[in-house]
Every structure is written in C-alpha cells, then in structure tokens.
Design a protein around this ligand. Sequence first.
Ligand SMILES: [Cu+2]
Length: 149
Amino acid sequence: MKKIFILVLFSIFMFTACAPAGEVVASQGSIEVLDAWARSTADGQSVAGAFMTIRNTGEAADRLLSASSDAAGFVEVHEMKMEAGVMNMAEVAGGLEVPAGASLALKPGGYHIMLIDLNQPLAQGQVITITLEFEQAGAMVVPVQVVNP
Ligand SMILES: [Cu+2]
C-alpha cells in the first residue's frame, strides 16, 4: 500500500517536473519562444488554442504579425476580452507587440494563437508546428506540444 502511495506521489512529481517551465523551444534573431503548448481537442472540435511565452532579448521592439500551421486551415492571433460581462475573443488588430527586453505570455484567458479549421483532432502527446511571422525576426517554426491540461 505504501509503495503504491509513493508511486502515485512520484508520478505527480514527474508530471510537474515535465510541465513546461521556461524551456526555449525555438529561437531566431532576438526572439525566443518558450513553453509552447496547445490544448487537445475532442472529435468534431474544429478549433484549438495554442499558448506560449515570447521573449524579446533584443534592444528593439518586435511584432508578431501572423501565424500559420499545417495542422489548421488558418491561424489567428487572438485576445480574450470581457465585453458587457461576456468573455469574447477577437483577432488582435495590427499584430502583437513584444517590447524590447520583455516577455509576453500567451495563456488561457488572454492572448493566444487560435488554430481554426483543424485538419484533424489534436491528440495529447502529439507535436504540431506553428510558424510565427515577426516583423523583425521573420518567420520562425515553433514545435508545439499537444497536452490535455
Ligand atoms: Cu481565440
């Protein structure tokens, strides 16, 4: 019994240890992308959110202009907003600025990458790629881990 309990504790610890924690998954020019993940989907679900931290190590601001992925028909940069007491999301107009020396978190409830018209359901453990197009750093391919949070 005690052994099982320890095993359970160990698995929980391992899961925590494997959870994204400041891991750089792509970098180009002054832009680093950390902890990129997307939410797994149910059958018939045609959209999914992808999240990550974008860090600008440079001395000039950069801007995420657009995104694309071969996992989805099209991809938009979205923002969640409360409007008249209702949570809504909309495409960020004019791209998303990443100030010099700053990190920008794309996370549930805030900015996110929206995969629309998925080609197939996203399954936990799968890795998809999203190409981010930055004004300064150019196009960069980001591996995105699919998880079931
Ligand atoms: Cu969205």
